[in-house]
Design a protein around this ligand. Structure first.
Ligand SMILES: [Zn+2]
Ligand SMILES: [Zn+2]
Length: 337
């Protein structure tokens, strides 16, 4: 494919100084610059991206089904990340706001890099356009004020209401999103303030001491004001957003490693890019994930945020090299590659 041939050898090879005044270059060169020239760090982000095939308009691959959950969306390092669990009505990060994200009632933003938050006003505006109920958006507490200002600017420009509930969560804070679901923010280690989210299922379970009673006896106890149940919370889904592998060894993140499904970044996957480079930009390398394999108690691990430098076969080949006992639990979100 033509785009493939515009391969850049190193993410650091170009810098902003490469950009010439467009008036000074031929239209043909202008196009080439637009295709290969660096977006600034804030959009290209952290050395993760190169010009690859990634695009939300690419042909969709077959949908992922993991541990009983359909999973949609796409995630390409430096370009866009939005991972959707439609049965929970949840989207993790919003990326450029893929169409399927609009139907989700809850969005969890991991950090302020454009490839994760850029589509947020579009998401809110589109839900308003379709008269859908205002969404609930979770952001790191440190981002809340700026996100409010962002919406104020858009309201000033288009005179729309942009209705939504914005909730800032600090690391360790929880919020009940549904009677049977709660979310908790956990610490991640990125180049800018960031956090991940764990979704827990919340269930009421009959206390052991009442297990042998009849339905009527239990009912009477309840009506007399006796607390007959315990609340049981189970970590179901954890989403890291962008982070170095340090979150894995953070003792406060034990539930992340126990969640039924862990969605985590693995921006780099082979020895073309060393671990140090991944760390320099606040990212995780697949080699680090492999070295921590025995720490993950998750039923499934969905890897996301691969650099656009990779072809899907390269990502699959890298995962296939993991120990078989581990790789059988590891999946890759390749939509858009
Ligand atoms: Zn990113
Ligand atoms: Zn980032």
């Amino acid at each position: 494919m033509f785009r493939r041939r515009l391969h850049i050898e190193s993410p650091k090879r170009f810098n902003a100084g490469f950009l010439l005044p467009l008036a000074a270059v031929s239209p043909r060169l202008e196009t080439l610059i637009a295709l290969v020239a660096p977006m600034s760090r804030s959009t290209m982000e952290e050395g993760s991206g190169e010009v690859g095939s990634g695009s939300s308009s690419s042909k969709p691959k077959s949908a992922l089904h993991i541990e009983g959950y359909p999973i949609e969306g796409l995630s390409i390092g430096g370009q866009e990340t939005c991972v959707i669990f439609p049965t929970l009505k949840c989207a993790f990060d919003i990326g450029r706001c893929p169409q399927r994200a609009i139907a989700q009632d809850f969005v969890f933003i991991s950090h302020g890099h454009m490839d994760h938050i850029g589509g947020l006003p579009m998401y809110v505006a589109t839900r308003g356009l379709y008269s859908m109920k205002p969404p609930t958006i979770f952001v790191p507490a440190s981002l809340k004020e700026n996100v409010e200002r962002l919406f104020d600017v858009h309201r000033a420009m288009d005179q729309s209401e942009l209705k939504h509930n914005l909730i800032g969560l600090n690391i360790g804070e929880e919020f009940q999103i549904r009677k049977d679901l709660k979310v908790k923010a956990f610490k991640t280690y990125h180049a800018i303030p960031s956090q991940g989210y764990i979704i827990y299922t919340v269930k009421q379970k009959l206390k052991q001491e009442f297990a042998g009673l009849s339905g009527n006896e239990i009912k009477n106890l309840r009506l007399s004001g006796v607390e007959i149940t315990n609340t049981v919370t189970i970590p179901e889904i954890a989403f890291t957003g962008d982070t170095m592998s340090d979150f894995i060894v953070d003792p406060d993140n034990a539930d992340v490693l126990k969640a039924r499904i862990l969605v985590m970044e693995s921006t780099f996957v082979d020895d073309g890019i060393p671990i140090e480079h991944a760390r320099d930009f606040g990212h995780t390398h697949l080699f680090e994930i492999a070295s921590y394999a025995d720490k993950f108690q998750n039923k499934a691990i969905l890897l996301i945020h691969f650099s656009a430098r990779y072809r899907p076969e390269e990502i699959e080949a890298a995962i296939a090299k993991l120990l078989p006992s581990f790789s059988s639990r590891v999946f890759a979100l390749l939509q858009g590659f």
